[in-house]
Design a protein around this ligand. Structure first.
Ligand code: FES
Length: 103
């Protein structure tokens, strides 16, 4: 089975952020948000991420920086065998991990 590597910024306001790498089993059609749910379910339930609609690109709460570009975690597909860097959005108050304050 192939995996996807996610290098995710962890930490919380007032701490020094650190990148933590997770290996997630790849599934056809999975989004990066699905991969983060897998991490929360199997490795660390404390990984913070914002979301509501989970797939419709409607709530825009899952915004993050993916490989240096802003995007929505629920609409970016994971690629088998790839490594992806995921960071919290710039320009918003950082709360924890991938969660930033809503405007
Ligand atoms: S979870 Fe709503 S846009 Fe991604």
């Amino acid at each position: 089975m192939s995996n996807v590597k996610l290098k995710v910024t962890r930490g919380e306001a007032g701490s020094e952020p650190a990148a933590v790498t997770y290996e997630v089993p790849y599934r056809d059609g999975m989004s990066l948000l699905d991969a983060i749910f897998w991490i929360r379910e199997h490795e660390d339930p404390s990984l913070a991420v914002r979301y509501s609609c989970r797939s419709a690109n409607a709530c825009k709460e899952c915004s993050a920086i993916v490989d240096g570009k802003a995007g929505f975690l629920c609409s970016i597909r994971a690629k088998s065998g790839s490594e992806v860097r995921i960071e919290p959005l710039n320009g918003r108050a950082w709360i924890k991990d991938l969660a930033t304050a809503l405007d």
